[in-house]
Design a protein around this ligand. Structure first.
Ligand code: G1P
Ligand code: ZN
Length: 561
């Protein structure tokens, strides 16, 4: 053994210790541009020789960690998670890291990874996940880098990674045996310590510090029935520890809680389409009082009441309005932020509370600067993401616990809390229509056609709506001044209703066109309407303005949320 690291007593040898750093010659791939949330590709793409290694080396080269730095590594347990972790560990050792904290079994939910990066003040972390995309040998895999604040790397880092990936000629690794990931403890690779940690404990403790677990325990003991669906994904062990062990919920309160590499052949996206097993339970006979689900990597959430769905945009607004009822937010909120396509429901609450509300481009990375600067406490996206400055990722179980804390204090159902909210603030009726796997050219054609109509649209009367303004959203970060352009086409009507068109940055097949529809309705008598019914006219206008059917051949969305 060479090197002068002081080895802790409990360090176990992972077989023979290799210290020779190998330099492997490689050639660039031209498709390693990180999207909305890291690099996502089909598993076979990542399995190509040198593919993962090139990207990891590009990360390390762009962040140039100081010698001995600590890194966090973990993933959502999807197919190729374990193999990827072994490669990353050997590369981290060859790139001068002193320690890597890795979740037992290679598991760390995205919010737990963010929590661990922050709690142990590490240099950063690598998260292996393709979020809500299906897994398995032909499914998706993904990798992203998070910085020391626990949040996704900002664009200047992801761009630097991409640039380096285009010219890479070699990467470094240590040819050591695999680390046994299934038992906690410390292991050695070269001079680097690999600490295999309990993936749940730090996160669960953070949740206990934010919410009134006593009140929630009492609510559950009093007969309030919940059902949490982990969708065979990473949040299973977290849900078991928090709901069953810490909050005393009965065993049948959780379902699909063993993480599987292919998510049981499902699509681990918590929405009305893909979480239908849970939806059927909440809309069925003898339904529980509360239902929730989270996605592949545990950062998204869906909230249901008995026979009732809360849109993520409304959820953000309701959490903002009720934050003071929870111990973690009893002092009030600095501000709130939402992504541009998210409904303006939170804006109305912020206005009443007298706190700022920021509108950012899609993607969690834009919230990080606002939170680091202390400008916002809560933030959210229409895509089933809500979170706060307790970490720098959105957080599925956090949102569920936040809701349970509110229910425990207000002693009202999810539906009553939501309806009272609408009665007070008015309802921002909202829906998103996704058209997946459209040929890229057709999708680009729709966007170009819309942009070409900008000059003539303002002032046009379309049914009962009149176009006020339209633009391609761009954002100037109020903290660092960086500018992000081309973030989605907005058509805003004179009454504040909106249609937004955007191409997904996370899809892996063709293009995904998202159409976001929002209409504001202050009239309580209309609040019972189904969103698709209430938005029917806007849906028609969106089809007409985009020439959707003619350009894409698509009559119906693939997914409606
Ligand atoms: C989607 C969501 C976006 C979210 C991202 C990562 O990105 O729309 O809100 O931040 O996944 O979970 P998109 O595919 O639209 O680029
Ligand atoms: Zn996710």
């Amino acid at each position: 053994m060479t090197g002068n690291n002081k080895q802790p007593g409990e360090v176990k040898m992972s077989g023979e210790i290799a210290t020779t750093i190998q330099t492997i010659a490689t050639t660039p791939f031209n498709d390693q541009k990180p999207g909305t949330s890291g690099l996502r590709k089909r598993v076979p793409a990542f399995q190509q020789a040198h593919y993962l290694e090139n990207f990891v080396q590009a990360i390390f080269d762009s962040i140039s960690p100081p010698p001995g730095a600590t890194l966090v590594v973990g993933g959502d347990g999807r197919y190729y998670n374990r193999e990827a972790i072994q490669i990353i560990l050997k590369m981290a050792a060859a790139n001068g890291f002193g320690r890597v904290l890795v979740g037992q079994g290679g598991i760390l939910s995205t919010p737990a990874a963010s929590c661990v990066i922050r709690k142990y003040a590490t240099y950063g972390g690598i998260i292996l996940s393709a979020s809500h995309n299906p897994g398995g040998p032909d499914g998706d895999f993904g990798i992203k880098y998070n910085t020391a604040n626990g949040g996704p790397a900002p664009e200047k880092i992801t761009e630097a990674i991409f640039e380096l990936s285009k010219t890479i000629s070699q990467y470094r690794l240590i040819d050591a045996p695999d680390v046994a990931l299934d038992a906690t403890g410390d292991y050695l690779i070269g001079n680097m310590i690999v600490s295999v940690i309990d993936p749940v404990a730090d996160y669960a403790e953070l949740m206990e510090s934010l919410f009134d677990f006593g009140a929630i325990r009492a609510l559950l003991a009093g007969g309030f029935r919940i059902k949490f669906d982990a969708m065979h994904a990473v949040n299973g062990p977290y849900a078991r520890d928090i709901f069953i062990n810490r909050l005393g919920a009965p065993e049948d309160s959780i379902m699909n809680c063993v993480p599987l590499p292919d998510f049981g052949n499902g699509h681990p996206d918590p929405n009305l389409t893909y979480a239908h097993e849970l939806v059927e339970i909440l809309y069925g006979e003898n339904a529980p009082d509360f239902g929730a689900a989270s996605d592949g990597d545990g950062d998204r959430n869906m909230i249901l009441g008995k026979g009732f769905f809360v849109t993520p945009s409304d959820s953000l607004a309701i959490l903002t309005a009720n934050a003071k009822l929870t111990p973690g937010y009893s002092a009030g909120l600095a501000g709130v932020a939402r992504s541009m396509p998210t409904s303006a429901a939170a804006d109305r609450v912020a206005k009443e509370l007298g706190i700022p509300c920021y509108e950012t481009p899609t993607g969690w990375k834009f919230f990080g600067n606002l939170m680091d600067a202390g400008k916002v406490t809560l933030c959210g996206e229409e895509s089933f993401g809500t979170g706060s400055s307790h970490i720098r990722e959105k957080d599925g179980l956090w949102a569920v616990l936040f809701w349970l804390n509110i229910v425990a204090v207000r002693k009202q159902s999810v539906e009553t809390i939501t309806r009272e909210h609408w009665a007070h603030y008015g309802r921002n009726v909202y829906s998103r229509h996704d058209f997946e796997a459209i040929p890229t050219e057709a999708a680009n054609g729709v966007m170009k056609h819309l942009k070409d109509s900008f000059a003539t649209l303002p002032g046009q009367k379309l049914g009962s709506y009149t176009v006020d303004v339209c633009d391609d959203f761009s954002y100037t970060d109020p903290v660092d001044g960086s500018i992000s352009t081309g973030q989605g086409i907005r058509i805003i009507f004179t009454d504040g209703s909106r249609i937004v068109f955007r191409l997904s940055g996370t899809g892996t097949e063709g293009a995904t066109l998202r159409i976001y529809l929002e209409a504001y309705d202050p009239v309580i008598a209309n609040h019972h309407l189904d969103a698709q019914v209430a938005l029917a006219e806007l849906i028609g206008i969106a089809g007409q303005l985009s020439e959707l059917v003619a350009r894409t051949g698509r009559e119906q969305p693939t997914v409606i949320t």
